[in-house]
Design a protein around this ligand. Structure first.
Ligand SMILES: NC(=O)C1=CN([C@@H]2O[C@H](COP(=O)(O)OP(=O)(O)OC[C@H]3O[C@@H](n4cnc5c(N)ncnc54)[C@H](O)[C@@H]3O)[C@@H](O)[C@H]2O)C=CC1
Ligand SMILES: O=C(O)[C@@H](O)C(=O)[C@H](O)[C@@H](O)CO
Length: 348
């Protein structure tokens, strides 16, 4: 008989990303999730935050209250709250960490996890930019751990955003990459209620997540290198007084944002190049592109801080405190964009 829950995930680190990941994993009915965080108040954090990350219909109707919903997930063994790392890892088939983005911290954590898990356990890091080969480097049996460890980098919020940037290390076994792609490919969208007790054999409708695998490790991977290149130029332009932070955001949301929701960087310029496509585009625009490339801003996070005072001051003035209501509204907008993409996916 097929095992009731073939996937037993240990989620280690329940902060911003960990909580969103929890909401995402709960959408696979063939998966149980055990969570652990050294923060003593993490259970109250789950009870306060998780319901808002789940479909509202599920939160209010079936369980009657948000608290009951968490209790239902616990009583049906879909969700377990561990009080130690060792107990969280017991029988785990997958370990996914969302601990702080600090190399030494992640290395120490994997060193501990690798001693508490078997050779078959899949090891995933949610890191924004620390390669798997760096994270496993200090493990006692580093080579064996490196064969199992990979980065499955999400974009915030993972329970909505479709990208999973899969970044294997040079020693990561190919089968581990195939597994993570298949696992995320089988997770349904954010409108799907957490399966309760459906167990193995339940038809798992996927089609929400897009796992993109990098061919080689590079710090920051691809998504964040692109995002941080744009961020650097944006900070430079505000620091130089060329544009305000709010107007720069409007320039992005009124042009590049909508464009890139339907066509990526290269497809957009391929379309913009006319008959000759991107080749013609690059040739026609070469002088301007080269001139701009040679004059892109140079700001450094540790360097002169004048630009940073302007960026922070203007952003706080424009948006104030980022309230839960605003966050929820933006998340709903993001969800609608992603659902539109999925409807048009075949054409993307
Ligand atoms: N915040 C974001 O937008 C994104 C973050 N990430 C990555 O996810 C990871 C977590 O980031 P956030 O959730 O933003 O951080 P966070 O600071 O919100 O949460 C980190 C959690 O880890 C816990 N923690 C601390 N030491 C730990 C340990 N030794 N073992 C287990 N848990 C520990 C903390 O108590 C905290 O709850 C980082 O690697 C980050 O780069 C990835 C994509 C997006
Ligand atoms: O932008 C995102 O959601 C991700 O690419 C990230 O990794 C985070 O923004 C990260 O850069 C900050 O923790």
């Amino acid at each position: 008989m097929a095992e009731e829950y073939p996937h037993k995930i240990a989620l280690v680190g329940l902060g911003t990303i960990g909580l969103s990941m929890l909401a995402m994993h709960l959408r696979r009915p063939d998966t149980t999730i055990t969570v652990y965080d050294p923060r003593p108040d993490y259970e109250s954090q789950i009870r306060d935050t998780l319901p808002s990350l789940l479909p509202q219909s599920q939160t209010k109707s079936q369980s009657g209250s948000e608290s009951n919903q968490i209790d239902t997930l616990i009583s049906t063994s879909r969700l377990k709250l561990a009080t130690s790392l060792a107990s969280a890892l017991h029988n785990a088939t997958i370990v996914q960490e969302q601990s702080p983005e600090v190399t030494a911290s992640k290395q120490a954590l994997w060193k501990e996890i690798s001693k508490l898990t078997g050779p078959d356990t899949h090891l995933w890091s949610s890191s924004s930019g620390i390669p798997a080969s760096v994270q496993s480097a200090t493990c006692d049996d580093a080579d064996r751990v490196a064969e199992r460890l990979l980065v499955a980098h999400p974009f915030n919020p993972p329970h909505v955003m479709p990208l999973v940037e899969v970044v294997p290390g040079p020693r990561t076994k190919v089968g581990r990459v195939g597994f993570v792609r298949e696992y995320f490919g089988g997770i349904p969208g954010p409108g799907t209620c957490p399966g309760t007790g459906a167990g193995a054999g339940t038809e798992v409708e996927g089609g929400h997540y897009r796992a993109i695998t990098l061919n080689k490790e590079i710090p920051g991977f691809v998504g964040n290198r692109l995002a941080f290149a744009l961020l650097r130029e944006a900070c430079y332009l505000v620091g130089e007084g060329i544009v305000s932070a709010k107007d720069l955001d409007s320039i992005v949301t009124a042009s590049l944002g909508p464009r890139w929701a339907g066509s990526g960087v290269f497809e957009s310029y391929h379309a913009g190049g006319g008959e000759g496509g991107i080749g013609a585009f690059l040739q026609k625009l070469a002088p301007t592109i080269q001139d701009v490339w040679g004059k892109l801003g140079q700001v450094d996070i540790e360097g002169e801080q004048g630009w940073k005072d302007l960026v922070v001051g203007q952003t706080e003035e424009a948006y104030g405190d980022y309230t839960p209501e605003r966050r929820k509204k933006k998340e709903e907008m993001l969800g609608e964009v992603v659902e539109m993409q999925k409807k048009k996916w075949a054409e993307l």
